[in-house]
Write a protein that binds this ligand. Structure first.
Ligand code: 9MR
Ligand code: 9MR
Length: 608
């Protein structure tokens, strides 16, 4: 009996000390001139920022607490934008150090933005990854994909076809046109928006002629996509084995691969991507640009006449990814919009402006981007801009309370991290179109979320941050004998679906015990539903980090050339606007050229 009186105070003391506040931060770092925020759980009182010499350089009173539906936590936001001096800081709450890894630096996003892009090199099929480029993740070539047979579902296919190159989709070794579509588009748009930055940005990958690294990488996948088109313009759905292979390296996976299925969604996604590629590659390789434009037109013609040829599920003998879809209208709209921009041919008709966050199955939001940023092409560009801004305003409001992120609990489904990244991309478009920093601020918050400001207190990008995934569902990382996973991979992220939970030996224990969608995650190789990687998840993250890196380096996107954007760096941007107007001469006149369009000196468009 007596001892209890002693036990109670002891328990109380331990409990009190374990209730130290948690400060969730962007673990990779903050750029000196950007908005800076951390999220505080179980805080109380002011937050102090302490520099390396032990001096408190900033004290902040946190915002009022509010509950976030993603994790159910009641949290406060702490705005420390005023802290601008590069360095590593500690964070103190109630006089107690809760973090010592807060970094501010002008190169904050240089490494991570390039690693997110280099991931695509690590995903290359059909070639060896040499140590010069891949370091300890070097590996032998796998999947030559020469003389590939057609599965019976690939209608019209006979004999074999050579279909080498391209990127592996994810943790598996399949190549899927639908998912290649949105992934390749997203990377192409990053280049198209910031050519001045990406013409010079390099991340140690093999050279392809005089192409900038970003376009060399994208071309590796375009070359494969082109092989998936039949003579009539139709496009096959995917190239995979019949079943997923085990945990082996690419060169060990020697199961027979097939061209499987044919679909309108594949053809129209293909058409949209090739139409953008025709614009982007023109200045480097006009022959290639012509070739991809012809491919785009043929695919569109076939797809729009075969809207009911859909891939709604796998044939009975096939178990690889389905990328199934019962509706090709959004894909058609996407292809039409890009073909219209590239060709100016008004017979490509484009409907509406939808605000669904883009994903492999629903690309309608990509049309909204294209319309809103091309007022010279679309008569309803202003309406598209209004829709885009209305959705962005909603994200800004959501990100101003709770955890300081635009997502709510309903955004946590398979690949939730790509939902976050695509919201960030959406917010950046709103920023480009208005120059209003509230959009930029929330885009930054979304990147912060991916890099550590989340209830799991981890960066979701391998190799970056104090704590990051060590066991992604990614066959090369699992089978290569190297401790660290391939760097620069964004894992799918928390979500409560539990599709990988079960008692088979490859399945996971139930990791959803907290009941919170934003915490339903397991850093284990078994977890393909929360810890796989994929090209359509890395690409919006690469866009988000890459665009922010370009903006922080003094570049504005091409279509914001009217000087709308106040770059975070407080200096004028005379030469910094990508695609800025240039004065040109030809034999008989002086004119201004911007993005290939010519104007007279009064700003009137000239006909060529
Ligand atoms: O590795 C596969 C991954 O890419 C897919 O997203 C996932 C769901 O389709 O399936 C994984 O493969 C598993 C298969 O479905 C069942 N056997 C074990 C495989 C590896 O976990
Ligand atoms: O990203 C896809 C997700 O939306 C689906 O719910 C899931 C199950 O069909 O498949 C995901 O895509 C996987 C694909 O089917 C095969 N390669 C790995 C992809 C990422 O897990």
């Amino acid at each position: 009996m007596k001892s209890r009186t002693f036990i109670f105070p002891a328990i109380f003391f331990m409990a009190a000390s374990s209730f130290a506040a948690t400060a969730y931060i962007n673990q990779v770092g903050y750029h000196p001139s950007n908005f800076k925020e951390l999220t505080l759980f179980e805080g109380g009182g002011n937050v102090e920022f302490v520099d390396a010499s032990g001096t408190t350089v900033l004290t902040v009173t946190p915002s009022a607490a509010s509950t976030w539906s993603g994790s159910g936590q009641s949290v406060q936001l702490v705005d420390f934008t005023e802290l601008r001096t590069p360095g590593t800081y500690s964070v103190k709450v109630n006089g107690q150090v809760v973090r010592n890894d807060l970094k501010i630096g002008s190169d904050a996003f240089d490494g991570v933005s390039k690693a997110l892009l280099k991931f695509f090199y690590f995903q290359r099929a059909s070639m060896a990854l040499d140590e010069t480029y891949a370091g300890k993740w070097k590996r032998a070539a796998g999947h030559p994909d020469m003389g590939v047979s057609f599965h019976s579902s690939a209608t019209g296919g006979s004999g074999t076809v050579d279909s080498p190159k391209g990127w592996y989709d994810a943790g598996d070794y399949g190549k899927y046109i639908v998912n290649s579509g949105i992934s390749t588009y997203t990377l192409l748009s990053l280049y198209e928006h910031f050519p001045g930055y990406f013409d010079n940005a390099k991340w140690n990958i093999p050279a392809d002629g005089n192409l900038p690294d970003l376009l060399a990488e994208i071309k590796y996948n375009l070359d494969w996509m082109l092989t998936m088109q039949a003579d009539d313009g139709s496009v096959y759905h995917k190239l995979t084995t019949l079943q997923f292979c085990g945990t082996i390296m690419p060169n060990e996976d020697i199961d027979k691969r097939y061209i499987i299925g044919k679909s309108a969604t594949a053809a129209l996604d293909f058409a949209g991507v090739m139409a953008v590629a025709a614009r982007v590659y023109k200045k480097f390789d006009a022959t290639y640009a012509d070739k991809v434009l012809e491919a785009a037109k043929k695919a569109y013609a076939w797809g729009s006449q075969n809207m009911n040829t859909l891939y709604t599920g796998n044939p009975r003998d096939v178990a690889t990814g389905a990328y199934e879809d019962r509706n090709a209208n959004d894909e058609k709209n996407f292809a039409a919009a890009e073909l219209l921009v590239t060709t100016g041919d008004a017979s490509y008709s484009v409907q509406g402006a939808f605000t669904n966050i883009p994903g492999w199955q629903d690309v309608s939001g990509l049309v909204t981007y294209t319309k809103a940023t091309h007022p010279d092409v679309f008569s309803d560009a202003a309406a598209a801009k209004d829709s885009l801004l209305a959705a962005a305003d909603n994200y800004v409001n959501l990100a101003s309370t709770g955890f300081g992120v635009p997502m709510t609990k309903n955004d946590f489904y398979w690949g939730s991290n790509s939902v976050a990244a695509n919201m960030g991309v959406w917010l950046l478009h709103a920023y480009y179109l208005t120059g209003d920093s509230k959009y930029y601020k929330s885009a930054i918050r979304t990147l912060d979320y991916l890099l550590g400001k989340n209830p799991l207190d981890m960066s979701f990008v391998t190799g970056f941050g104090t704590k990051s995934p060590m066991h992604p569902h990614h066959r090369p990382s699992q089978a290569d004998g190297v401790n660290e996973p391939v760097p620069g991979m964004l894992v799918g992220g928390p979500q409560p679906g539990g599709e990988d939970v079960g008692s088979q030996e490859w399945e996971c224990r139930d990791y959803r015990v907290s009941g919170a969608p934003a915490k339903s995650y397991l850093d284990d190789e078994c977890s393909y539903a929360s810890n796989e990687v994929a090209i359509n998840w890395n690409s919006p993250a690469a866009y988000l980090a890459g665009a922010i890196q370009a903006i922080n380096s003094g570049h504005a996107p091409v279509f914001a050339a009217e000087g709308v954007i106040a770059l975070p760096r407080s200096r004028a941007l005379p030469n910094a606007v990508d695609g800025a107007p240039k004065v040109r001469f030809d034999t008989h006149r002086v004119f201004i050229e911007r993005n290939g369009i010519r104007y007279d000196l009064k700003g009137n468009k000239l006909n060529r």
